[in-house]
Structures are given as C-alpha cells and as structure tokens.
Design a protein around this ligand. Sequence first.
Ligand code: B4P
Length: 191
Amino acid sequence: MTRLLLIGPPGAGKGTQAVRLSEACAVPAISTGDIFRSNVSEGTELGVKAKAFMDAGRYVPDTLTNDLVRSRLHEADVAGGFLLDGYPRTAAQVDELDDILAAGGHSLDVVVLLVADSDEIVSRLSKRALEQGRSDDTEEVIRHRLDVYEEQTAPLIDIYSNRGLVVEVDGLGSVDEVTARITAALDERGI
Ligand code: B4P
C-alpha cells in the first residue's frame, strides 16, 4: 500500500513518470492536469472554468481543484494507495490533502521531487507544443508557469522535507534513466 506524490516544475516529467510508477507500485495514478484536460475536451462545466486558467499558465482555483481531488480520493480503487501527479500545488491544497488523509486514518509515504532546469523545461515543452499542440505550451506561457511554480509550489518542498518525506530525483537524461533513478530511490526507502 503506497501513497505517493510526484512534485516538480512543469515539464519535469511528472506525467511521463507517473504512468510508469503507477504500474511499478500497482496503484492508480491521479493527474489533476489530465483530469482538467479531459474536462476541457468534453466541454464540461469544470472544463470551461479550468480552460481559461490553464491557457494563461495559471493554476486552476483551489476550491475547484480540491473538490475534484476529494471526490476522486473517495473512489474505491484508491483504497489500497495512489500516486498523485501534480497535486498538491499550493499550501491550501496541502491542507486539503492532509484533511482527506487524516479523515481516513492515512498518511503519505513519500514525495518524489523531480528536478529539471528551466532551459530543459522550455525545450521539452516547446517540443510538446509542436507534437501535441497544447495551448499552455507557448514559450510565454511556459515562462509564466515556471514563475507560478516558484512562487506557489516550490515552498511546498520545505513543508514535506520537514516531514522527512522528500526524495529528490534528477529529471534530466532519458525517460528510462529517470525511471531507474526513482525506482532505486523508492527501493532504498523500502517502497
Ligand atoms: P500538468 O498536466 O501537471 O502538466 P505539466 O506540469 O505541464 O507537465 P509534467 O511535469 O507532467 O510533464 P510531462 O511528463 O508531461 O499541468 C498542466 C496545467 O494544469 C497546470 O499549468 C495548471 O493550469 C493545471 N493544474 C494541474 N494540476 C493543478 C493543481 N493541482 N492546481 C491547480 N492547477 C492545476 O513532460 C513534459 C514533456 O517532456 C513531454 O512532452 C514529455 O514527453 C517530455 N519528457 C518527459 N520526460 C522526458 C525526458 N526524460 N527527456 C526528454 N523529454 C521528456
């Protein structure tokens, strides 16, 4: 039973590694970014609200994001653990997750911090823009997303470090190399 978070700047490879780790740890991966994007493409009320924030490189408001995660974490398939990709991203989201877990008598096992420098991030996301045409992958929006990450999400690393939960992993190199680093780090912690 593993409860794991993947945290890191946009384009560090959270979504890419989440798919692999979810399989390796046999827990469902929950990506708030993916859930927002599928709501946008289905044109749901949540999708319409989220799109404006995402296109501007801003975070979707905490109330919408927290409601979404709260209901997802009450579904049956996460009873044996989960991997959260891209949540929490703000201090208010950390508080929400703490409340949800405490109510179920649970706690987190590990927070994997994926790191990559901003030049690599801009290069990866610009490439993704050409391949997938994501509306939040223009250089201007990417730079803004990096600023938002530094301002709102980077401070969470201290919160989780103080709880002894953070494992920092270099996100540079091939996808396989990064996966191998993460699995080795989890092995070391007996996860
Ligand atoms: P996310 O969907 O979480 O996406 P991301 O930060 O862009 O990227 P990620 O780190 O997952 O990178 P990926 O593996 O795709 O967020 C998108 C938006 O949703 C946010 O800006 C926000 O508006 C909203 N949102 C989501 N969660 C929220 C929350 N909790 N609160 C409020 N708002 C929220 O990799 C990026 C690219 O690099 C890919 O093209 C990939 O193929 C490539 N890549 C990956 N690993 C590589 C490697 N090792 N080498 C080379 N390329 C690599």
